[in-house]
Design a protein. Structure first.
Length: 348
């Protein structure tokens, strides 16, 4: 019997087309994957690519670090409209006007910085159109600056023709309150009160706590500050304040803060301003819980400040102040994320 090979089955026409279609689809999918990988690699590596006449190459680590430093150095400062409010002539040795509505302040950080760095930063503020340097002398969450740092800021402001505005957190103090719990706001068990910003507070009822605030203001004045911003001049108002164990006294928070505002005013004839907090204070003019009274602040201080996320919110808050009084509107100033603007710069 002859061995015969079984012939292979003849594929049907539709089977041939299906196999060709499968092979074609795989090619397209592979091409798409390669294209996506190439695009992703370019996106990740584009900041490290250097284009030269000889072609494209990857930057070395030293070249990448240099480019990043130059890019950061060239970042523009926030610009102030040069036509809004009066300008300062350094050549004539002028300081910005004393009147309300003429302050555009840029933040000048001095903590841990050299005199040369502070001088350069102050010059940059003037070049950007600012009329004042706002120095955080005692931030709520940090230690006070040193005398040498603040005196360097004074010299830098003199050289740049800027007013030196000392920004002081009064009773919201996460350093002194932890170092001296006897001066702090605590619950009945002696545990420190912590607000929503994870910060502790000095107790305004404590005479030693008020003296600590006065001492910071004296320090700023002795170092040559032109103006003081008194932040957190109030009782705690953020967090579970019901847990605080207050002293047994007939004095209300409003009476305590009002009397202390008069004491602050007696320190110096420098221009001062207090920061108002809450819709109740701005809308109704006073807050018993915070102890703040807008009309009383205006009787002691030249400015009242509010915190705002941007100029649109600042203008809305300004309209609230207009509802309080003409004096409140004229003394209005807004603390934005990167600068401080008074009435004349918000409404040139």
């Amino acid at each position: 019997m002859t061995n015969q090979k079984t012939p292979a089955p003849i594929p049907r026409p539709y089977e041939v087309k299906r196999k060709k279609r499968k092979r074609g689809s795989r090619k397209w999918i592979a091409a798409l994957i390669v294209l996506l990988l190439a695009g992703g690699a370019f996106f990740v590596l584009q900041e490290y690519l250097i284009f030269t006449p000889e072609g494209i190459r990857l930057a070395t680590r030293e070249e990448a670090d240099t480019d990043a430093a130059e890019e950061h150095a060239d970042a523009p400062l926030p610009q102030i409209d040069p036509n809004a409010g009066p300008r300062v002539s350094i050549d004539m040795g002028e300081l910005p006007p004393e009147g309300a509505g003429h302050l555009a302040g840029g933040i000048l950080e001095v903590s841990g910085r050299s005199a040369e760095e502070i001088l350069a930063d102050a010059a940059a503020l003037h070049s950007a159109g600012y009329t004042a340097a706002v120095v955080p002398v005692k931030p709520a969450d940090g230690a006070a600056v040193s005398r040498s740092e603040l005196e360097s800021a004074r010299a830098a402001c003199d050289a740049a023709g800027l007013r030196l505005v000392a920004w002081i957190s009064c009773f919201r103090d996460d350093v002194t309150a932890r170092e001296q719990p006897a001066l702090a706001c605590c619950d009945a068990e002696g545990n420190l009160f912590i607000d929503h910003g994870y910060c502790t507070w000095l107790n305004p009822y404590e005479p030693a706590a008020r003296e600590a605030v006065l001492e910071r203001c004296r320090f700023a004045i002795s170092c040559g500050a032109d103006e003081l911003i008194l932040d957190h001049l109030s009782f705690p108002h953020s967090g579970n304040t019901d847990t605080i164990a207050w002293l047994e006294t007939e004095e209300t928070p409003r009476a305590v803060i009002s009397a202390f505002a008069a004491e602050l005013r007696s320190l110096s004839e420098l221009r001062m301003g207090a920061v108002l907090y809450g819709d109740d204070t701005l809308g109704e003019g006073a807050s018993e819980e915070k102890g703040q009274d807008a009309a009383l602040f205006l009787s002691h201080f030249e400015r009242i400040w509010v915190n705002a996320t941007d100029e649109t919110e600042a203008q809305a808050l300004y309209r609230q102040c207009c509802g309080l009084s003409a004096d409140a509107a004229h003394a209005f100033g807004a603390i934005l994320a990167d600068r401080l603007l008074t009435e004349g710069y918000l409404f040139p």
